[in-house]
Ligand binder design. Sequence first.
Ligand code: ADP
Ligand code: MG
Length: 784
Amino acid sequence: MALLQKRHYQKVVRQVLQLAPTYQQMSDAELQKQTQTLKTKVNGDRSHLKSVLPEAYAIVCEAADRVLGLRPYPVQILGAVAMEDGNIAEMKTGEGKTLTATMPMYLHGLMGSGNFLITANEYLAARDAHDMGILYKWLGLTVASAVPELGQKPEDRDLDAIYQSDIVYTTNSTLGFDYLFDNLAKSPQEQHLRALNFALLDEADAVLLDTAQTPLVISGVPRVQSNYYQSADQVVKLLELDEDYQISDDQKSAWFTPRGIVKMEQYLDVDNLLSKTWTELYRHLVLALRANYIQKRNRNYVVKDNEVVLIDAENGRELPGMKMQAGMHQALEAKEQVEISTEQRTMATITYQDLFRMFNQLAGMTGTAATDKKEFLEVYNLSVFKVPTNKPSIRKDLPDHLFISNRAKLLATLAVVKKAHSSGRPVLVETGSLELSVLYSNLLLKERIPHSLLNARSEVKEAEIIRNAGEIGAVTVATSMAGRGTDITISEEVEKLGGLLVLGTERMQNRRIDNQLRGRAGRQGEPGESVFYVSLEDKVVTENAPKSIRKFAYQHAHDQNQTLSNRGRFRNAINRSQRILTNQERNARFETLQYGEVSRIQRESVYQTRNLIMQATNLDALVKMCFQDVAKDFVNNQAEWVDETQTLLEFVYQNINPDYQPKKDLEKLSHADQLEVLQKIMKARLVTVHQQLPHQDQWIYFERLAVLRAVDQGWVEQVDQLEMLMQVTKSRSIAQVNPIFEYQKEAQKAYRSMRSRIKLQVVRNLTNSEVIPQSDGTVDVEFP
Ligand code: ADP
Ligand code: MG
């Protein structure tokens, strides 16, 4: 299968290459005209793209040669062919993925807007949009970078110009936020994204796997402040590990034991903490539990000037202004006894998984994908296709060096760095966290080895430091995530010294990242070397290895002789620990996906409804339906023993018409009569409002706004509700057989009640708004 596929792709590559002379003979003007010729052939039909692929790619090859001075190698064409067929092309670092991408991007650009190249950071989006933009523009396509320019505010971007471009370079978060904001718009004019046709993901594994756990969140609208944070914090601080609460092996989740529940019930003097009555209190206890026993000060966050400031787990940077969602931030503030900030409601949220699954077509490229090909296929329906390197790789990947203690390991690495440095050979030291790179930098200082520490606050600076990491005598200390997408070039002199040496000071959280690091050396057939130094005290090992290994490490940490006699056993233990961690991360992503499925379906349905409302020229049917359903809801919820006339009147005063003058015949109405009377009152009110807004334009504008406001209010509440529901259900995972099932059931219930609330709000907005004519002929509306 794979072989057949490869043969087929190679056949297409030959077709592209055979077309080269045709285009080589053309003048610049003739070549540039080919874009229009192809556009005519494609004629806006996606299914025609395949048939023009060889021509399109050959045109790009010729044009790239003329305007960029780069002619794509056959392996780059191969990668581009594979990507068009729904693959993630695995192309090693330095093989020229940026140029490769121009082929599929140009092909899809022939269709018009809705085509995105997603890069791993803003710096790369701007860089590549500029560098490759020269090529696209020369060929007559429009191209834009969607990320703000240096010093520009996101809201100052010209979004219409950006999203009307044939090709857009952007980052996953910029795209995601723009998508969410589009769906908070009040009119189609405020929406900017055209369509989600094609996305090509550069560094696809970073985008689809490493960031997949962090959902995008837009928050706003302060929530009514809760006073449970402090008391929840106090109670949780009294609990004892294992007795009252437990923590998972990976230290990522915590839950109460039945004993802990009883204890808290006593402290708080409440009955049945798990009942509906105490949901809010219980939710705060769960938050306090996580704040106290999962979140670690100086690892997940720091306390600065009496504020809790989050830290980026990947690169250790502080994230001022960023807040954890759904009360978690406030729980941390309670834990640290700083002032509790106002809690913001989540207004809109989406996961990256859901964002990318909305595209008609996806493709990706990265140096490291093969290790995770099953997940790419299951979640995104993308296969991984390995593209051979242009020149054979001669990089030496040495086996791991094993030590018992971290200290012995670090000393050994220092000796290696010293030796390489004395000969002038550049070394890139890769650590698992910013904390460790700072520590390592201090060790180097003591040894008087000049070096660059990559803790730059900007992506631009980061790129610059990494770019210079291959210079003679350079020693660079960086974390695994830093500087992706930046080329490390080396001189002939460095080549003679054996090229760049990549030294990992520990195994990273998965093999894919290890491979990514090794790939920094030996690009394009250059010499290079990579090696990892590991110890039984490394984070990966201590957090995941069996007890016997940890015990051994503890007992022998101070041995003079640090060489391990039973190497096979320890090597296996380390590999196994890494695999455990890899699986945990994978499972967490699947869990996010499963939970996200519910909100995805609900979100899509609400966004679709919004779009229909925004585009509608007549909302009569919808309004009528709301009137009916609200009346029905009212009647069905009438309890038998109450004074029916009185409740009906109160309902009318509150929601429809505060000045309603009841007539005598309202006494002793049957349910059917009530239904009719209510709808009559609503309609009468609507007629009055309509009279104040006689212009058809004004009227439809008012109606649309009234309905949209109601939908948004309901949906924002629902999004927030789902977030809290997820927190509570996840914390019960242990006690319940199937928490996701429980979550789905509750989420659907909440959705139904949201629909009722929206309809009622539609009625209120339409019948109970105040219309105030202004002296200049315009009208102000005050919604209830
Ligand atoms: P990757 O993203 O695969 O790591 P880049 O796209 O950053 O690699 O390219 C690495 C370097 O190779 C760049 O300097 C680029 O200009 C160069 N390059 C790419 N393709 C070609 C080519 N066909 N001919 C010559 N140089 C190329
Ligand atoms: Mg790249």
